[in-house]
Design a protein around this ligand. Structure first.
Ligand code: GLU
Length: 508
């Protein structure tokens, strides 16, 4: 029987989750659900200096808004709990000990200042970047270069140290990435990365590999920025003797800036006027505020659909995919190698599609929330009528109010430019006479109103616009909105007459 698929999303709570991170979580989620596997959320918080208060909660809230759910996580627990790395320190201590015992890792006592000095010198002599490696380690202060006595002494004295991986000198590491095919790296290009820091915490590399192994992860699906670390991770699997249980790797392509010039960064959003974060975020230190898709009026289903197609190509013309459809159709084999340009207009297009297809009752809930925000209330059947007329124009959720507020409130002001343009001496009389004529109508439908307007303007030998445009101004306050007779039908006779009355009082 094939082993059960187990994948994980392993964010570091060092800030808000960028949309690229959400896409990584989404692809893992789709893969797990499609294969009836398990999806694990692991919080990788071992870089204590970069921790940001509130980031963990932000990550949880974002994923929950997107409808991405986990089978095992920090709250639910699971067979391999705990799922927060800072709660697993004793585990990493055990495993780093094993690597030292087997000679695959070593103590390094060089101070940060000494290492800075090495970097500076390397630059000065133009020998490229300084690397802690098989070449430099004999000249540095570590348990491979110092005498065993001195090492014991230093450890006894509790001299600060880090533990580094001992990268072999001359080997080729080869592995097959599901997306990129064969990846080949010579170990001489790798450096002896720190696995365990002087603060008693493991680095990402050690904790990540140990946990993937212990949590029985079968596939590591993560961003391309981790590809350079993968060969070292492979070596760790080998050093631990876990090669048999090594997960398969899939490194997802980057999400690029709209112009294709480099990776989409958190600053691009505000620079170019679109959100890069799922939820709005206030930086706790700088108090800087970043836009979020939720607050900007995107539906989670539209956001997810848009993200799924960033890098994944279903191979057909179909663009609209519900979550269940994504689960059915998604495949890692159809994820491209090359970065995909982020297109903010496409994000809007998706949202518009979802807003125009959503069942009216669901839009009703969204609209009622908007009305509440504007301290307005209205019966459900009235809101539904408004929605059936205006929903098609909505791109963002907020448009459900922006495009239809005048159905719920009479305009208090009138667009000056329109007034100057259309308000002529006979305008008031035209409007007043028309209102008088239709005030006796029993039925007040768009059709009847339209017929009445046609007859009315024909008798007076005036253009339709001489009646319709002022009517619109009085009902809406500007020259915007759907068909004016549709608007008047929904407003109803008494509201229509009252708006004429107060409008004429103000404009005459
Ligand atoms: N903690 C890493 C991150 O923040 C996880 C990378 C991985 O999935 O291996 O992206």
């Amino acid at each position: 029987m094939p082993e059960k698929i187990r994948v994980r999303f392993a964010p570091s709570p060092t800030g808000p989750l960028h949309l690229g991170g959400v896409r990584t979580a989404l692809f893992n989620y789709l893969f797990a659900r499609q294969h009836g596997g398990s999806f694990i959320l692991r919080i990788e918080d071992t870089d204590r200096q970069r921790l940001v208060g509130g980031a963990e909660q932000y990550i949880l809230d974002s994923l929950s808004w997107c409808g991405i759910t986990f089978d095992e996580d920090i709250h639910k627990g699971g067979l391999y709990a705990p799922y927060r790395q800072s709660d697993r320190l004793s585990v990493y201590k055990t495993y780093i000990g094993r690597l030292i015992d087997r000679g695959h890792a070593y103590y390094a006592f060089d101070s940060p200042a000494e290492l800075d000095e090495m970097r500076r010198r390397a630059q000065e002599v133009g020998s490229g970047q300084f690397q802690y490696s098989y070449q430099s380690r004999p000249h540095l202060k570590n348990s491979l270069s110092l005498s065993p006595k001195e090492v014991t002494e230093r450890l006894k004295n509790q001299d600060p140290f880090v533990i580094r991986i001992r990268i072999p000198e001359d080997e080729v590491v080869i592995f097959k990435d599901i997306i990129r095919g064969e990846v080949k790296v010579h170990t001489s290009t790798l450096d002896d990365k720190v696995l365990f820091k002087s603060d008693g915490f493991p680095t990402y590399h050690l904790a990540n590999v140990v946990d993937d192994y212990l949590m029985k992860i079968t596939h590591v699906i993560r961003g391309e920025e981790w590809l350079p670390s993968a060969p070292m991770h492979l070596l760790l699997y080998r050093f631990f003797g876990w090669e048999e249980n090594m997960p398969q790797f899939a490194h997802l392509p980057l999400i690029l800036k709209p112009d294709g010039n480099g990776k989409l960064s958190k600053r691009d959003g505000d620079r170019l006027g679109f959100p890069v974060f799922p939820l709005a975020y206030t930086d706790p230190v700088s108090n800087e505020i970043f836009h979020g898709y939720r607050e900007d009026g995107y539906l989670p289903e539209a956001f997810i659909n848009m993200l799924a197609l960033l890098g994944w190509n279903p191979g057909t013309e179909k663009e609209l995919f519900s979550m269940p459809e994504l689960i059915n159709t998604f495949s890692l084999e159809k994820v491209g190698k090359h970065g995909s340009k982020f297109d903010p207009e496409k994000a809007k297009w998706f949202n518009h599609q979802y807003l125009s297809q959503k069942p009216l009752v669901e839009l009703l809930i969204l609209t009622k929330n908007l009305l509440k925000e504007h301290s307005v209330s209205s019966p459900d059947d009235y809101i539904l009528k408004v929605l059936s007329l205006t929903r098609d124009r909505a791109i963002l959720v907020g448009d459900l109010w922006k495009n239809s507020w005048f159905f719920f409130q009479a305009p208090q002001t009138y667009d000056e430019l329109s007034v100057t343009k259309i308000w002529q001496p006979p305008t008031s009389a035209i409007v007043r006479d028309f209102a008088k004529e239709v005030s006796s109508f029993v039925e007040f439908t768009e059709k009847q109103l339209h017929e009445a307007a046609t007859v009315f303007t024909r008798c007076r030998e005036i253009k339709m616009g001489m009646l319709m445009t002022p009517l619109r101004l009085l009902m809406v306050g500007s020259n915007q909105g759907p068909g004016i007779m549709d608007i008047i039908e929904i407003l109803g006779k008494s509201e229509f007459l009252s708006r004429i009355e107060s409008g004429l009082n103000k404009l005459d």
